[in-house]
Design a binder for this molecule. Structure first.
Ligand SMILES: [Mn+2]
Length: 310
């Protein structure tokens, strides 16, 4: 019997990550010639839950470790963000929109990485090229990936292609985009069932930068005050996490997705020195206000890398 094939995004998955894995499973047979099951490396967030409920899609199975499954990896190539147990032998394909994160292979692997707003948009292009008809559910899925990842076109990661794709897809999905975006962002911001630990970890990514281990968590919200009110508890949790995971630096930002600013939490002296050097903002009560900063990928990670190393 052939090994089972799964599609999976990064740990602490966001909507783009989970939903593109779902899309890959839907069209796996047509694109890759194999049956594919979508799985998740960690529990989904409230935004993804809202979308799965809206589309009446069953939540993908939680999988903590790869055994002998073949893997189609979506929305990351960063070794620290990938499910445990993935080896070159398991890896069947990569579909992503991030910088190449250091995965290596001794044989060619199907790789599709594009500098566009979300992995959903990359999937759209693949479906088009394969002449696959896009149904209404798939159209909504890709629209969600675009709105969620580009913060409704407010993130500097947005491209004209994402805008065109969304317009094209809404001819099929026929969503009231204004209302849908509002509902989606309300779900994204919802603190229902979310502990301080969840706030820190739900959208957390770890990076190797030079010789340093760097963690960056974000919380995107229409209501930054709801999170900032818990700042002291969050900073305590961050300090605990930094120690436990032996991180050299740990940053956390509350992203205001209405006004498009961030509140960067500063948990210690190392972070303080680095943040002042890079972002040049003033720190008040352990928070640095970052005007116009909304994207970890474009406005935080490269800036840190320039300082700490690739
Ligand atoms: Mn993404």
């Amino acid at each position: 019997m052939q090994n089972k094939t799964i599609s999976i995004g990064h740990k602490n998955p966001d909507a783009d990550s989970v939903l593109t894995a779902v899309l890959v499973s839907k069209f796996g047979k047509k694109i890759f010639g194999v049956e594919v099951e979508a799985v998740i490396a960690d529990e989904i967030n409230n935004e993804t839950k809202f979308v799965l409920d809206f589309l009446k899609i069953k939540k993908p199975r939680l999988l903590k470790k790869i055994k002998n499954e073949k893997v189609i990896l979506v929305d990351t190539t960063e070794p620290n963000q990938i499910i445990d147990g993935l080896t070159e032998d398991n890896l069947l394909a990569i579909i992503d929109h991030h910088n190449l994160g250091g995965l290596q292979s001794s044989r060619p692997i199907y790789t599709r990485v594009e500098p566009i707003g979300c992995t959903g948009s990359v999937m759209y292009k693949i479906l088009k090229e394969e002449n696959i008809k896009i149904d209404k559910v798939s159209a909504v899925i890709i629209i969600v990936c675009i709105i969620s990842d580009t913060l409704n076109f407010n993130s500097p990661t947005t491209t004209n292609e994402d805008k065109k794709i969304l317009k094209e897809l809404n001819k099929i999905a026929k969503l009231n985009l204004k209302k849908f975006t509002k509902d989606l962002f309300a779900a994204k911001s919802s603190l229902k069932g979310i502990s301080v630990k969840d706030i820190v970890n739900k959208d957390y990514k770890q990076f190797e930068m030079g010789k340093y281990k760097v963690g960056i968590g974000v919380w995107e919200t229409t209501n930054p005050e709801s999170v900032n009110l818990q700042k002291d508890k969050i900073i305590k949790e961050l300090a605990r996490k930094k120690k436990k995971e032996k991180l050299d630096y740990l940053f956390f930002a509350v992203v205001d997705i209405i006004k498009n600013n961030s509140y960067l939490y500063i948990i210690g002296e190392e972070e303080n020195v680095l943040a002042e050097k890079i972002f040049k903002g003033g720190i008040k009560d352990n928070v640095m206000f970052l005007k116009g900063v909304v994207s970890r990928k474009k406005q935080v990670v490269p800036q840190l890398r320039r300082e700490l190393g690739k």
